[in-house]
Design a binder for this molecule. Structure first.
Ligand SMILES: C[S@@+](CC[C@H](N)C(=O)[O-])C[C@H]1O[C@@H](n2cnc3c(N)ncnc32)[C@H](O)[C@@H]1O
Length: 731
């Protein structure tokens, strides 16, 4: 079969949509370490099954499958989703990424580990950290008087110094610490005494016990803040030179004695809490750090924001209790003799950093920490949250909160267990069933079943532009390239990499490169002067190499979306330069609409899956000449996405249209294309033909008038696909 024949938009979209709501449930493997922009594993499983399976994808999806002898490459492997899916299906895989952190993460995901031995060492570390530092994460419960309640989160506010009266003031953009969705009421900080007040109606908050009226809006507005002492309006930066200063102003904690009390527990820090901060400070000053990197923060599209806030070195992004905890953790890990376990714990350490820094923010609605990478940048807020380094468990022994060692270790164990016991999630109406897929596994060999056939795995850290593969050696390329300038992988991952390298040593295999930044990274980046032509030329080089390595007719499949139509020119040029044509452009939800980096931006959550081959066939019904034709194709796809439970937005429709227009432009240009022309000219030609074919405005207008029959079952669409395929055009 082939993707063109067998892929089912509604079936895969319904899986991908659910997966992206909470990806760790569907693909626990991703918890090994953060990577950005991971596409749904369910999507890549669906694509691989459609291409290499012999039965309809819906029938094969919940069964074990093994495509022994099939070789798949991913030139932009990132966190490894396409590669892991192919490996799990028994394929040999070869993947590369220019970012050493990506190669590290993929190896860590794939390499087998003795989980019992890992658990033992991880528990030893937590026990030692608890003995050394546990008291720094305790607090007195003001309700019961219990002295050893565990802190979940410390809340810190940035402070400024008034240029006139020289007094310090808090930079609170709002006084709401917690909303009433996960708590029983609103919690408001008093602007006068700093007490925390439980308030039922936030629009009529009343007065604090100190007599001062409570407010929800804070004093910081558009980078201006009036000094509460003398009234002078100060402008940002409010703290003068150097990194910003913070004041501990609230704590969320856990007291098992109050387990039956609804809602959460908050308090204003008392003298002992402030003394613990001082104790950590003193302990840290008395330490000679061996594992805290001293690296400067280089300029960059994302990282320069940190300079504007006065940060110059990465360690300045942490408070002293965090530095103390991280240095102590690193020392314990460095002592571990077993390299595989040390590597795993160092990976955990690197992932833990996401939560153990002073760029984490507190989500006042969900009442949890938003880690540094909750958006694809380095967001600096006025209120930051410090998670308990150790993590904590409730009376049922389940981890509470996020961002501590306990949380990271639990997630890692689940992730690695999934390698030997993979599953899929099936919905029976509203009922969620976990279906074990016995016979599939992730890895090179199967430690649980040594007789099972081995798969070859080749994971490289190198630019895909230089990836050498044997001619006609691949059965498929499945990848998710950078989406032009959407994520600055090199800039962001440096935050973790410098710590990992310091901990494991600069000679440790995989950590030889000094930085995660690379001039050949295929992302648009203004600071590094990488423009659309750079991206297009690079992508074209990679796809040309891939096309040479593919067997005749084998597919190069990749996902893509961008809000700017120009970003599709690079994709079109790369496919044409590689001598391929695009036989399908299929929509699939691949992000979560509610995710913080998408929410409210009007961005699409729908990717186009481009299927490209040097020869093959495409249904005639997929070819269009004008807006009318495209509107008909898209109306059917939108109906299929709705059937999957999605409600496509204008942003989604825009990206779907860009995908189809790109495909059809490739189809038009292929006979006359010359890869030898300069990139600027090729991009201009592509744009011209695109615009002469269909404009977004035209297709959206027509779309509102097209009516398609919507079926209640996916079967209807499959029947139609079969009819379409009966009338295919060869290329
Ligand atoms: C969208 S991500 C891939 C996401 C991935 N599929 C996953 O599951 O996490 C794109 C990747 O391309 C990598 N990349 C950028 N330029 C590259 C190049 N020249 N060669 C190889 N990889 C590159 C980035 O480092 C990034 O990890």
């Amino acid at each position: 079969m082939s993707i063109e024949q067998n892929y089912s938009i509604p079936f895969i979209a319904s899986l991908a949509l659910r997966e992206k709501q909470i990806q760790q449930i569907y693909r626990p493997i991703i918890a090994v370490h953060k990577w950005f922009a991971r596409r749904p594993g369910t999507l890549f499983r669906g694509l691989l099954l459609s291409e290499f399976g012999e039965r309809p994808v819906e029938e094969m999806y919940y069964q074990p499958n093994c495509f022994d002898g099939v070789t798949i490459a991913d030139p932009f492997m990132g966190g490894g989703i396409p590669l892991l899916e192919a490996n799990r299906l028994g394929c040999n895989v070869v993947g590369t990424d220019i970012n050493p952190m990506a190669a590290w993460v993929v190896r860590e995901e794939i390499d087998a580990i003795d989980l019992q031995a890992y658990r033992k060492k991880a528990q030893d570390i937590v026990a030692q950290l608890t003995a050394d530092l546990g008291h720094l994460y305790r607090t007195k419960c003001p309700i019961t008087g219990r002295k050893d309640a565990s802190v979940k989160y410390f809340m810190w506010v940035k402070t400024g110094t008034c240029v006139v009266c020289k007094k310090m003031f808090d930079l609170l953009p709002g006084y709401v610490l917690a909303e009433d969705s996960r708590h029983t009421s609103y919690v408001l900080v008093c602007a006068g005494c700093g007490d925390l007040n439980e308030v039922v109606d936030s629009s009529r908050p009343g007065d604090c016990r100190c007599g001062r009226p409570l407010r929800t809006e804070g004093p910081v507005r558009r980078n201006k803040c009036a000094c509460p002492h003398c009234g002078h309006v100060n402008g940002a930066p409010f703290h003068g030179e150097g990194p910003p200063l913070h004041r501990l102003f609230a704590i969320e904690y856990y007291n098992p004695d109050l387990k039956d009390r609804p809602g959460r527990l908050f308090k204003k820090p008392d003298q002992d809490d402030l003394a613990r901060v001082m104790e950590a400070e003193v302990a840290w000053r008395g330490m000679r750090p061996r594992f805290v990197p001293d690296d400067r923060i280089p300029h960059g599209d994302e990282s320069s924001r940190l300079h504007r806030w006065g940060y110059r070195r990465f360690w300045e992004l942490f408070n002293t209790r965090q530095l103390l905890g991280l240095e102590t953790s690193a020392r314990l890990i460095a002592r571990i003799k077993d390299i595989r376990i040390r590597r795993a714990l160092a990976t955990n350490f690197s992932d833990l950093l996401r939560y153990q820094n002073m760029l984490c923010r507190y989500d006042t609605w969900a009442l949890k920490s938003l880690d540094i990478f909750s958006i694809h940048g380095f967001p600096v807020g006025y209120v930051q949250v410090e998670s308990n380094l150790l993590g904590l468990r409730n009376l049922n022994c389940l981890p509470v909160g996020s961002g501590g060692w306990i949380n990271i270790i639990e997630k890692y164990i689940k992730a690695k267990r999934y390698c030997s016991e993979p599953f899929e999630v099936l919905f029976d109406g509203r009922r969620k069933l976990t279906v074990r897929i016995d016979g599939e596994w992730i890895g090179e060999t199967n430690p649980e079943n040594p007789g099972a056939h081995e798969r070859h795995i080749d994971v490289r850290c190198a630019s895909a532009m230089a990836m050498n593969l044997k001619v006609a050696s691949l059965d498929g390329v499945f990848t998710d390239p950078p989406y032009y300038g959407m994520v600055q992988y090199g800039e962001l991952m440096q935050f973790c990499y410098i710590w990992l390298r310091k901990l494991m040593g600069r000679d440790f295999p995989g950590l030889e490169q000094e930085t995660t930044r690379h001039e050949d990274e295929l992302t648009g980046n203004d600071t590094a002067e990488r423009d659309l032509e750079h991206f297009a030329e690079g992508l074209a080089k990679v796809y040309t190499r891939m096309a040479r390595a593919l067997k005749p007719g084998a597919p190069l499949v990749f996902t893509y979306h961008h809000n700017q139509q120009d970003a599709y020119l690079a994709v079109g040029m790369a496919i044409l330069d590689a001598g391929l044509t695009c036989s399908a452009s299929l929509p699939c939800p691949a992000e979560m609409g509610g995710s913080i980096h998408i929410h409210g931006t009007g961005s699409s959550i729908v990717d186009t899956v481009f299927v490209c081959r040097d020869r093959g066939a495409t249904p005639r019904a997929w070819l269009f000449d004008d807006a009318e034709g495209l509107a008909y194709i898209m109306a059917k796809e939108l109906a299929e996405l709705r059937l999957a439970g999605m409600n496509p937005t204008a942003g989604d429709i825009r990206c779907m249209a860009f995908g189809h227009i790109t495909r059809m432009t490739i189809w038009r240009l292929r006979p006359s294309w010359s890869a030898a022309h300069p990139a600027g000219r090729k991009l201009a030609v592509f744009r011209k033909v695109m615009d002469s074919l269909v404009t977004l405005k035209d297709v959206t207008e027509r779309l509102s008038r097209v009516k398609v029959q919507t079926g209640a079952t996916t079967g209807l669409f499959r029947d139609e696909r079969e009819r379409d395929l009966a009338n295919a055009v060869a290329f």
